[in-house]
Design a binder for this molecule. Structure first.
Ligand SMILES: *Cc1c(COP(=O)(O)O)cnc(C)c1O
Length: 712
């Protein structure tokens, strides 16, 4: 049955016909995102035309279509380019030729995938995690396929005006310019599935994106045979209108299972990564219902092959819809399956017979999966409490929600200089052995001079980027010339650089550092200064979040120094994240506990030799080790008095920065490396890298979740 493999090959061939013959391998490399984490892959494309590479958002399919004939001719004559292309092609071919590992086959469903910046179907942490899951699954040859949606405008882009207020805009995704191909049948017709949603038989086609060995299938309703409303379903990730959002979830869950069926893919297990795709279980139960089984029976069977990961301790993050809205959206499907739509609504309520309760996707997913997990040890506890009412007859510790702590895909996040350092000291293949603590023991033996040189190099790359980017941003915003020039002059490659980058939601408390503006200024402007890099998007409707960013901007007037030591980098995405986590010396995380499910950006920072200063929430209680001195912690207990908690945390934060972070960073003598700081960096890498790598995460998922476990 067609699965799009041939279509990707054809797309690569079509692209190759536009290139001089010796460059044909580039076209084939471009259609598998594996190049993105193959050493030398990004550099190969960049070297062809650095400026075009930036313009294309590091999308080689687009860049190769746009390069001028003379540029292509020059590359075709360049023996070095051809040799490197052949090597990368070989690496990828060898990777694809390996047999599958012995593990249950899995279909991984998620509303967003952050595999690479050039495929804009992600927003933030959840997508990044899903992308890392696919890449690590590919590296370990797990039999896994992924299912999501192709958003024709992706997620919103962010622009700030001169007052610091966020504005959103959307950019067309234009799938034909992406490394993707429509799955077609023998007659070259796109294969499609139909899903009845809101009374319309919505038709979806399927794009295939290749992530190493793992195929990622993206459903797309933007077809002329659909109504405008149906086409809009695949417009924007997390589209604002609730009914369209519900339609997206119906398409992802029900349509996703149908898509796998028409491609002949029958996974042992469906992994619902967050509740958005929860309706998949209904569709998997449908054939049994149609064959005469009861809904409960059929669901029990489908449930046996379903596992679910919840990500949101924030109640508003768990979507819920009025029962009538669900019946309106799914009435056609329910009729087709022969079930009462109100029965579906009941399965999404905490108290099934409470007619006032809406349909919650998380409740539905918890009820219809064999195993469920949170994404950190503490989040598991929080989730068991949060969903206790679903198992009211059990003690809270017996609520069947376990945890698999998140991890990050090291080859994607470790910077080039740091990766070379690991190559030298940990030996070839350290990324494959990353989950083994023994791999990291040798970190202790890295000479401080060498480690410090790498840290300096990665910070320097970031500072160069920040200077350039903030100068351009400030010009674009129409700022004063002085302020623009401050950006170009400032940001010092030798200054302690602190990163604060995350979704700008109020619970992340961006304003904590500015609670006492005088004390903050003293840190920024001291003899041993700090510089602060901030990035993140506020939800389009979150005016409180936008006001936080604006509040930060309003500090500009206080001192010239602010413009030289604090930069807001707009449009936070995978590419900005990679630069920040590689370059920053310290990563700051001050969410209001216990609102952080896990967080992953700190892990990305730690494996690059950044130190953590974080509230003990999310993943940090598992990683922080006061005895090993592998970072800094602010207290993590919940406190209903938010003002008092903010006051306390701000004081703890200033004290830690003033008395510990700053003196330790600047402890080097006579221009030499700061040994005390580097001892902490080594302790941090050694303790964090093996436990918060995606390799360990995938081991846990296979053992606790995919192999028939119940997750607990
Ligand atoms: C890693 C990453 C995140 C996760 O951020 P946390 O604050 O740690 O949850 C979000 N967005 C992007 C672009 C990322 O790369």
């Amino acid at each position: 049955m067609p699965t799009g493999e041939r279509d990707l090959t054809q797309a690569a061939r079509a692209l190759a016909t536009r290139l001089p013959e010796p460059l044909a391998p580039l076209a084939s490399i471009a259609y598998n995102l594996r190049w993105g984490w193959t050493p030398g892959g990004p550099e190969l494309f960049e070297s062809l035309a650095p400026y075009r590479w930036e313009l294309s958002s590091h999308n080689p399919v687009r860049m190769l279509q746009e390069l001028s004939a003379p540029t292509l001719e020059r590359a075709a004559q360049d023996g070095d380019v051809l040799r490197r292309a052949a090597e990368i092609q070989q690496t990828i071919d060898a990777d694809l030729a390996r047999p599958d590992a012995d593990a249950p086959s899995v279909a991984y469903f998620c509303a967003e995938f952050g595999v690479h910046r050039s495929v804009p179907v992600y927003s933030g942490g959840l997508g990044g995690l899903a992308g890392d899951h696919l890449k690590e699954a590919s590296d370990r040859a797990l039999p896994l396929v992924a299912v999501g949606l192709m958003y024709n405008q992706g997620y919103f882009r962010q622009r700030l005006d001169a007052s610091g207020w966020q504005h959103e805009y959307w950019v067309p995704t234009d799938p034909p310019l992406l490394p993707t191909a429509l799955v077609r049948d023998e007659q070259e017709r796109p294969i499609t599935v139909k899903v009845p949603i809101h009374g319309e038989d919505v038709v979806a086609q399927i794009w295939r994106v290749q992530v190493g060995r793992v195929p990622l299938f993206l459903l797309d309703t933007d077809r002329s045979d659909n109504s405008r409303l149906a086409r809009w379903i695949c417009s924007q990730l997390y589209v604002a209108d609730p009914e369209t959002r519900l339609a997206q979830y119906a398409l992802l869950g029900i349509g996703g299972v149908r898509a796998l069926r028409v491609m002949g893919i029958e996974p042992d297990t469906v992994h619902l990564n967050e509740g958005h795709a929860a309706l998949a279980t209904l569709e998997r139960a449908r054939p049994a219902i149609e064959a005469g089984r009861s809904l409960d029976d059929a669901l029990a069977q489908a449930r046996d092959g379903t596992v679910f990961t919840t990500h949101t301790p924030v109640p508003a993050g768990n979507d819920a819809y009025p029962g009538q809205q669900v019946c309106d959206a799914l009435g056609g499907f329910a009729r087709e399956a022969g079930v009462d739509p109100w029965r579906i609504v009941e399965l999404g309520r905490t108290h099934q017979h409470d007619v006032h309760e809406p349909f919650g996707v998380t409740q539905f997913a918890l009820r219809t999966s064999r195993a469920a997990n949170g994404v950190a040890l503490r989040h598991g506890e929080v989730a068991r409490e949060m969903w206790h009412a679903l198992w009211a007859d059990r003690a809270v510790e017996d609520v069947p929600i376990g945890h698999v702590t998140n991890g990050v895909h090291l080859p994607s996040w470790v910077g080039r200089a740091m990766a070379r350092l690991f190559d030298r000291h940990l030996g070839e293949g350290w990324a494959r052995r990353a989950a083994d603590p023994a791999t990291w023991a040798a970190v202790d033996d890295i000479p401080d001079e060498e480690l410090w040189a790498v840290r300096n190099e990665q910070r320097c790359v970031l500072v160069d980027f920040v200077r350039d980017r903030s100068t351009a941003d400030r010009l674009q915003r129409g700022e004063s010339r002085d302020y623009v020039e401050a950006a170009a002059r400032a940001f010092d490659p030798d200054v302690l650089t602190i990163g604060f980058a995350r979704r700008i939601a109020t619970y992340k408390r961006l304003d904590l550092l500015m609670k006492d503006a005088e004390r903050a200024m003293a840190l920024i402007d001291g003899d041993r200064p700090i510089q602060l890099l901030i990035a993140g998007k506020a939800h389009p409707r979150d005016d409180a979040g936008k006001a936080l960013v604006q509040g930060l901007f309003s500090q500009r007037g206080r001192s010239q120094r602010i413009g030289q030591r604090i930069a807001f980098l707009h449009d936070y995405d995978l590419a900005v994240a990679a630069r920040l986590v590689r370059g920053c010396d310290m990563w700051l995380n001050v969410p209001r506990p216990p609102m952080e499910a896990s967080g992953t950006s700190g892990m990305k920072s730690a494996v690059n030799g950044g130190l953590q200063l974080s509230v003990l929430d999310g993943w940090w209680p598992e990683a922080y080790d006061a005895r090993a001195v592998n970072g800094w912690a602010l207290s993590g207990e919940a406190d209903p008095d938010h003002a008092a908690q903010d006051f306390r945390h701000a004081a703890e934060l200033y004290r830690t920065l003033e008395e510990e972070v700053v003196p330790t960073f600047y402890s080097g003598e006579n221009g030499g490396p700061p040994h005390a700081w580097l001892a902490m960096v080594k302790a941090s890498i050694r303790s964090i890298a093996p436990r918060f790598t995606a390799a360990r995460m995938l081991d846990d998922y296979v053992e606790r979740m995919y192999r028939n476990g119940n997750g607990a």
